[in-house]
Design a protein around this ligand. Structure first.
Ligand code: GRF
Length: 209
């Protein structure tokens, strides 16, 4: 048997899972030297779970508890435990709609990343593409960043710009941002998997080996 790539990803999502698919496809074609150890969702019917199972990857719904935008004091340790049992090296948030609290962050220091549909620090929060459009921005994009205690606030790993067109609707702009995400996220995961990404304070640098 050929040796499996060692770097293990735990992917968390609440939605359709298009970023998960982009990463899984990039792994399959050898662009990302990692493997998906586990896909976890807080929504039993989430597309990300179906898409993971269709690829024969371990995929689990884990009940999120009683809050709407975060995990509670019982479910957060359960998420951490399941990810630790899967021996995950990097937690990849791909549309996970809950804020992670201190206990989760401390379990995976500088090993949790997220993708956000704007050029942070502009337009954090929900529906960032609509915020960009409403603001009249001419350029927006997407950002991959380390997750810290703030919302969409951790050190920036990579960004890709997307122009805002005169006739854009929220839907067309969101679509083009997502297309950019599907290139940016695998590229960032690949660099981290190769050990090419170093963090010093807020500054993240990429070093080729
Ligand atoms: C992405 O657009 C990402 O920017 C945001 O959540 C969305 C997830 O989409 N954080 P998908 O489930 O990967 O299709």
């Amino acid at each position: 048997m050929s040796s499996e790539p060692r770097f293990r990803l735990g992917v968390l999502g609440s939605g359709k899972g298009s970023n998960f698919v982009a990463i899984a496809d990039a792994i399959a074609t050898g662009q990302v030297p990692a493997q998906i150890a586990l896909v976890l969702s807080d929504a039993p019917e989430a597309g990300i779970l179906a898409r993971a199972r269709a690829r024969n990857l371990p995929a689990r719904f884990l009940a999120p508890g009683r809050f709407r935008t975060k995990l509670d004091e019982e479910t957060e340790p359960a998420y951490v435990r399941v990810l630790q049992e899967a021996q995950v090296d990097l937690v990849v948030l791909a549309g996970f709609m809950r804020v992670l609290k201190a206990r989760f962050l401390e379990a995976f220091p500088r090993r949790i990343i997220n993708i956000h549909p704007s050029l942070l620090p502009a337009f954090p929060g929900l529906e960032a593409w609509r915020q960009a459009l409403d603001h009249g921005a001419k350029v927006t994009g997407c950002t991959v960043h380390f997750v810290d205690a703030g919302v969409d606030a951790g050190p920036i790993i990579g960004q890709q710009a997307v122009p805002v067109l005169d006739d854009d609707t929220p839907e067309t702009l969101h679509q083009r941002i997502q297309a950019a995400e599907h290139t940016l996220y695998p590229a960032c995961v690949a660099a981290i998997s190769r050990g090419e990404v170093a963090v010093q304070g807020r500054r993240v640098s990429w070093r080729k080996h």
